[in-house]
Design a protein around this ligand. Structure first.
Ligand code: BTN
Length: 143
């Protein structure tokens, strides 16, 4: 009976898939990003290729820097990252949480603020856009 009880208690935690930020992701706009290894402080770097831009500039791969909350949050970590756009004067900050769907697929639910540069304080009111993006993992055909 004790054995059955312990198995019943352990089973959900054994089957729960952990959400891992490292890897390649795509979002609902068709943008792609790659997140590198998360270090022991929860920090990570990566690169972002946006599918869209608020400018007329040619889109270029841009660096990202972020942090995941500490590992006390076992399986659905919160995180944030900044993309410092290399082809515009703008910065975007993303904040979100990594979830695993019932079907076992990882999904990053995020909100973002995009700050574009304006010429002066009188234009400050129109400098910040806000939105949401949902990211799913990009896999190579062999995976
Ligand atoms: C710019 O237009 O100045 C830089 C590119 C901004 C792209 C934004 S960031 C939020 C949203 N999500 C994306 O994947 N791309 C857009």
């Amino acid at each position: 009976l004790l054995l059955l009880l312990s198995l019943a208690l352990l089973a959900p935690s054994l089957s729960a898939k952990k959400c891992v930020l490292t890897g390649r992701w795509t979002n609902d706009l068709g943008s792609n990003m790659t997140i590198g290894a998360v270090n022991d402080k929860g920090e990570f770097t990566g690169s972002y290729h946006t599918a869209v831009t608020a400018t007329t500039n040619e889109i270029k791969l841009s660096p990202l820097h972020g942090a995941q909350h500490d590992t006390n949050q076992k399986d659905h970590p919160t995180f944030g990252f900044t993309v410092n756009w290399s082809f515009s004067d703008a910065i975007t900050v993303f904040t979100g949480q990594c979830f695993v769907t019932k079907g076992g697929k990882e999904v990053l639910k995020t909100m973002w603020l995009l700050r574009s540069r304006v010429d002066g304080i009188n234009d400050d009111w129109k400098a910040t856009r806000v939105g949401i993006n949902v990211f799913t993992r990009l896999r190579t055909p062999r995976e």
